[in-house]
Write a protein that binds this ligand. Structure first.
Ligand code: CP
Length: 301
């Protein structure tokens, strides 16, 4: 059960009781007003752009009263040729209590965790995994739908390039949800190496089936050649619009890990739908990450 002093590198290693332990702690953090004063420092090393994850870890650290050491790779000695491994060991030598890393290379957090003695938290590695996004998504489903077991979660869009899809597939099925998949065949999932999902070719059918609609960003930066005819064609077939939302249940929820391509995965008017929980996900991320940090660092909440 204990996270104390451990790394979080993927969702495979998480047991259901550990996940629910974190969720209970996240609720305590959400409902508490004051920050416990702590003498811990977390180091952020983001080698890929990020708005939500980086700021969310920073806010989570502040909620626990921790200090934050923020490495900006574009202004670091990485640009002079220092390796990521040497950079991590030098950051460790400065004395933080854990390192949070995002990198385009799949497996980089695992590799760094073997080179430093302090815990490493994976904040997204290539197309491989994004465990804390999956944790905050599961927490959001639990809070908004009242359960995870028995939920029908439809993953829509660029599943092939999505680390969010991989981590969510792993975590949500472990907690008893059923996964549906819908998107262009060129962006679909022999990839996930998973069995037991339902495949939908029409978004309307997937929406009728699902209780949770999780949209995924079209990741043009990871496509070797453009794998869809055009953004307009994608939006017409797989984009969430008010018209298509008529097929979605009244008490369902719409999710997207962000960043959103407005007018591609979802129209601005569909983002205004009362079932949309995209900003709720962002807000929950702070509590879930604070719960994880406090568990790893041994910070009382
Ligand atoms: N969801 C997510 O990982 O967003 P960022 O890339 O902005 O961190």
């Amino acid at each position: 059960m204990s996270f104390l002093g451990k790394s979080l590198l993927d969702t495979d290693s998480l047991q259901p009781e550990q996940i629910f332990f974190l969720f209970e702690k996240a609720r305590k953090i959400r409902d508490r007003k004051s920050s416990p004063a702590q003498n811990k420092t977390v180091a952020l090393m983001f080698f890929e752009p990020s708005t939500r994850t980086r700021a969310s870890f920073e806010m989570a650290a502040y909620r626990l009263g921790c200090h934050v050491l923020n490495l900006d790779p574009s202004r670091s000695s990485v640009v002079k040729g220092e390796t990521i491994e040497d950079t991590a060991q030098n950051i460790e030598a400065l004395g933080p209590d854990c390192i949070i890393v995002r990198h385009a290379g799949a497996g980089m957090p695992q590799q760094l965790s073997q080179r430093v003695k302090i815990p490493v938290i994976n904040a997204g590695d290539g197309m491989r995994g994004h465990p804390t996004q999956a944790l905050l998504d599961a927490f959001t489903i639990l809070e908004e739908r009242g359960r995870i077991e028995g939920e029908r979660v439809l993953l829509v869009g660029d599943i092939m390039h999505s680390r969010v899809a991989r981590s969510n597939f792993n975590l949500l099925t472990k907690l008893g949800a059923t996964i549906g998949v819908c998107g262009p065949s060129t962006l679909r999932p022999e990839l996930l190496g998973q069995k037991g999902y339902k495949l939908f070719t029409q978004l309307e059918e997937g929406l009728e089936w699902s209780t949770v609609c999780m949209l995924l960003r079209i990741q043009t930066e990871r496509m070797e050649s453009f794998q869809i005819p055009s953004m307009g064609e994608y939006n017409a077939r797989f984009g969430l619009t008010p018209d298509k939302l008529r097929y979605f249940r009244d008490d369902g929820i719409i999710m997207h890990p962000g960043p959103v391509n407005r007018g591609v995965e979802i129209t601005s008017s569909a983002m205004e739908d009362r079932r949309c929980r995209i900003l709720t996900q962002v807000r929950n991320g702070v509590f879930v990450r604070a719960a994880l940090l406090s568990s790893i660092l041994g910070v009382e909440v």
